[in-house]
Design a protein around this ligand. Sequence first.
Ligand code: URA
Length: 278
Amino acid sequence: MSDEARILIAQHAKTAALLGVDFLPLGNAPVIAPAIVAPEEPERIPAPEARPEPAFQSATDLDIDPIGSAELRQAYEKISGQHAQLDALKAKYELDAPHQHFNTQFQNIVFGEGDSDAQLMFIGEAPGADEDASGRPFVGRAGQLLENMIKAMGLTRETVYIANVLKTRPPNNATPTGREAELCAPYLMEQIRIVSPKVIVTLGLPASHVLLGISSPMRSMRGNWHTLPARWIEDGIPGVEVMPTYHPAYLLRSYTEDNRRKVWSDLTQVVQKLGLSS
Ligand code: URA
């Protein structure tokens, strides 16, 4: 190999490493390895435990204010700016406290954060211990991997919006039940309406199921574009394009090349949809 080629490859590798990318493109060949780097220490996040589904109760049964009501919208419209609207929505969540109707152990409400006018939104399932302690979404080990994914897309955490279906930590990081998700979904949908992103990436099954209103396995959802169910769109939520992919915590548990390749392929579609170059 010539010296010139060596220098070019070294320069490319340095740039790629800065972007959190761990592959080298070969000529015109497609990306051959996943571009997602795990945080340094090996990770063993236990899989969440399954919990029995309690008898269903909807937000209406519990007399929680309909978050998407015309009155509330009018109130929002008087608040100028998406950031202030999100603050108002957070205050409303705290007042309604839908989590008081289910079993949760939390120190802080983790409402969501990022650019209130972001083109891209990531949605996970619920805060874990680190998020609960800090009040910020995705700051633990799964969060570090998510940040690497975002960097590999050529973006930063500050330029996207990150939220969860549940805003409080479930006991033992359990998967949200259908009832919990149903009680919290209106607030998430209102976050989506305010931020009005072009694309949403749902991380893992619970977020994908809540957003898409389906219960398909990840293998049949990921890699394909989806739209929100008609009922949300009829409620004034904009027609966002949704790309489901594996949750970073799952990726850390199953850090195989195949899984990383799949996630990177999903994110590449998002990069293309947003007209970004990663
Ligand atoms: N997992 C999630 O789904 N959300 C977080 O905020 C952190 C971990």
